[in-house]
Ligand binder design. Structure first.
Ligand code: TMP
Length: 709
């Protein structure tokens, strides 16, 4: 399901090479700078506030509690109050919302060193979290709103259509710019914190060393507010709507079982990354690192995350993305174990960086898997729920990590476990280990759920991917022991519209014939004379008012005739039958798609076919929107069903495949055709009987029979 939207040609998109926003007007650039400065302040606030909370705390347990509380209070508003803040941001002027958020964050952060009391530091963390919630949606709506007529004109020139298309592209670009301004400064902020910590330690002395990062944070907020004030006006053209994370989590995301695998993976990655951040301040203190060490670990983590986000879609190109996702989470969990056990600050910082890479790659791989084509162009009609669901899981996973890991660490803190020669396992290490085990289990379950290359050895698959290839078991290797059968072999190809199953079925048949098999290629509906009439009735768009049950029975009737007159006779004479669609199409389309009881349809069809089930079903998966776009002919009655219908069909196919993984080969149809063919051949080879004995060919001195129905 790799997509290449970045390079997707748009009829009126600006020419490649010319940065579409390079011609941006001054207010746009000014606001972008203001957002980046504010973003930097926002990320600097995280270590600055947690270091300030930890400083006066007495004893490890209190320090852990203080650090955990600050982080949890920073994240908590995003979990509880996001839609409320979004609604507020939507009501006020965008510029005003940004000014309020930056101005108030300046005041709140500035008062922390002045008041110098833990309860206020904690309250400040909560307030900063709330104000950041107001800021974030206003920021992502404000920048696209400044894509001015002048900017569009500069990059599009020409016609009204060209201008409209260019404007859509530029707004999407602006939205990405806003996201970069909000998240991009994280590694810089962590590094800045480390530098400020070193300076503060030397200049301000031990008791006030956390003041400098706080003043710097406040200064960044006030600077951002001043820069925003310079932008005279931000039109309210972009609506704001922020989904509620908890609601999304409980209502379900509109994803199938594999989609839940994605959710598990994201949760595991967030848990691992959150656990490192949660105890980093106290852990580094115990390793003699202080605030500078804390900054170093956070720099590693944030830089790693940024790298992982960038690398996720690029690394190991030919390797299955679904496998990669599970592996990334497992890697993050293993790295957390190392981070917990190692007693050297430099190593911990590096391990945190690698952990960040793994977690970042997991996030970008998971979101790429659910990304809606409309999501990139900013089309509000696109279903963004799956991505928002993953974002909610990431948020809640982080909250759980930053709240629970320090709490567990604090609770275990006093029970030191000395291993061997004075190696102490303290509370924060043990808490990280517990989080790592949970992340590991989550990663392993996600890997199993998502694995789309079952049966293919992982090590060989990885080695091939490192060479830039897809692993296909070498043909000279001994073929798997052929399964001897009394009858022929039945292979069905299934999938949604435009998945390319007809092509793959034909290619498989050609390959089988080349290997000397008697092959029948056939299809449903309409492989027999009666079937052709039924097909016309079923698919003609002029057929109106056909009830769902009647449709189901007509497909079953077609299948009964097909089995009786084509498939069974061929199998009985030992041929290989390759069918483009079979029973699963009825279960997926009439069952899941039309929302009729799948069990009842299965029973009707079992009777119609005398219980004939394929030896192998190849399921080609394609996102319905992409598949429908691939179709060239005018839509038939089923194809013209709405997209939700096709989404249900796709989810249905997947559920069927997951219920019986041994009988299915599930493939991502967006992969190159040749790769898909190779995998299909490899899998079919496992169920083939011995090829026709040489003697038979000698006797007939012809090719084996080739029959097309
Ligand atoms: P085709 O165009 O791939 O030959 O498939 C015909 C259409 O019939 C396709 O849209 C899927 C649909 N269909 C069902 O709804 N139920 C079935 O049992 C079968 C075999 C096909």
């Amino acid at each position: 399901m790799t997509r290449t939207d970045a390079s997707r040609p748009h009829p009126a998109a600006p020419q490649p090479g010319a940065s579409p926003l390079s011609a941006a007007a001054a207010p746009f650039r000014r606001l972008r700078t203001a957002l980046s400065v504010s973003g930097l302040g926002q990320w600097l606030a995280v270590p600055a506030l947690s270091a300030a909370a930890v400083l006066p705390a007495d004893g490890t347990e209190a320090r852990l509690r203080a650090a955990g509380a600050v982080l949890a209070l920073l994240v908590l508003p995003a979990v509880l109050l996001a839609p409320l803040a979004g609604a507020l941001a939507d009501r006020v002027d965008r510029r005003l919302a940004l000014l309020i958020a930056d101005g108030l964050r300046f005041v709140v952060v500035l008062t922390v060193p002045l008041v110098d009391a833990l309860p206020w530091t904690l309250a400040a963390a909560f307030l900063v979290g709330c104000l950041s919630l107001l800021w974030a949606p206003a920021a992502s709506a404000a920048l696209p709103a400044l894509v001015s007529d002048a900017t569009v004109g500069a990059s599009a020139g020409g016609t009204v259509v060209a201008r409209e298309a260019a404007e859509t592209d530029l707004r999407a670009d602006a939205r990405r710019s806003a996201a970069r301004a909000a998240f991009g400064p994280a590694p810089v902020a962590a590094l800045l914190f480390a530098v400020l910590a070193v300076i503060a330690n030397a200049v301000l002395g031990a008791s006030h060393r956390t003041d400098l990062p706080l003043y710097a944070t406040a200064a960044l907020f006030v600077l951002a507010a001043a820069l925003t004030a310079l932008v005279k006006q931000v039109p309210a053209t972009e609506p704001i709507s922020v989904p509620a994370p908890l609601k999304l989590l409980f209502q379900g995301p509109g994803l199938d079982r594999a989609g839940h695998g994605l959710g598990l993976a994201v949760g595991g990655a967030a848990l691992a990354a959150g656990a490192v951040a949660a105890v980093a301040r106290v852990h580094t203190g115990e390793l003699g690192g202080g605030d500078a060490g804390y900054g170093a670990v956070l720099t590693g983590l944030a830089a790693g995350l940024a790298t992982g986000l960038f690398l996720g879609p690029r690394v190991l190109g030919p390797f299955s993305r679904r496998r990669l996702l599970g592996l990334a989470v497992i890697a993050a969990a293993l790295l957390l174990i190392v981070a917990a056990l190692v007693r050297n600050l430099v190593v911990v910082a590096f391990v945190a960086a690698f952990l960040g890479v793994a977690a970042g790659a997991a996030w970008s791989t998971a979101t790429a898997a659910v990304r809606d084509p409309a999501g990139e162009t900013g089309d509000e009609s696109g279903d963004r729920r799956p991505r928002a669901f993953l974002a909610s899981i990431a948020l809640i996973g982080t909250l759980v990590a930053v709240a629970a890991v320090p709490a567990v660490a604090g609770a275990l803190g006093s029970h030191r476990l000395t291993i061997g020669d004075g190696y102490d396992l303290d509370g924060s290490m043990a808490a990280q280990l517990i989080a790592a085990v949970l992340a590991l289990i989550t990663g392993a379950v996600a890997y199993r759920r998502l694995d789309d290359r079952r049966g293919i050895p992982l090590a060989a698959d990885l080695r091939a991917a490192l060479r830039g290839e897809v692993y296909v078991p070498p043909s000279q290797a001994p073929a798997p022991e052929p399964v001897r059968r009394e009858r022929g072999v039945f292979v069905a190809f299934e999938g949604g519209e435009g998945a390319g199953k007809t092509t793959q079925a034909r290619l498989a048949a050609i390959w089988l014939r080349d290997h000397g098999y008697d092959v029948i290629t056939t299809h449903e509906p309409g492989a027999t004379k009666i079937g052709m009439r039924l097909r016309a009735m079923l698919l003609d768009r002029d057929t109106t008012g056909l009830s769902d049950r009647a449709e189901t029975l007509l497909y079953a009737a077609d299948r009964a005739d097909h089995v009786a007159n084509v498939i069974r006779p061929a199998l009985e004479r030992g041929a290989i039958v390759v069918s483009d669609r079979y029973l699963d199409s009825s279960l997926a389309y009439q069952g899941y798609g039309r929302q009729q009881p799948v069990g009842a349809i299965a029973r009707v069809n079992a009777w119609a076919t005398g219980g004939l089930v394929p030896d192998l079903t190849v399921l080609l998966e394609v996102p319905p929107a992409d598949g429908l776009r691939r179709l060239s002919a005018p839509a038939d009655r089923i194809e013209s069903e709405p997209q939700e219908f096709h989404e249900r069909v796709q989810a249905g196919f997947r559920a069927l495949a997951e219920a019986e993984p041994d009988r299915y080969l599930v493939l991502d149809a967006s992969r190159p055709q040749a790769e898909l063919s190779r995998e299909i051949q490899y899998r079919i080879r496992e169920i083939l009987p011995d090829p026709i004995p040489a003697g038979t060919e000698d006797a007939t001195s012809t090719f084996p029979a080739i029959t097309d129905v």
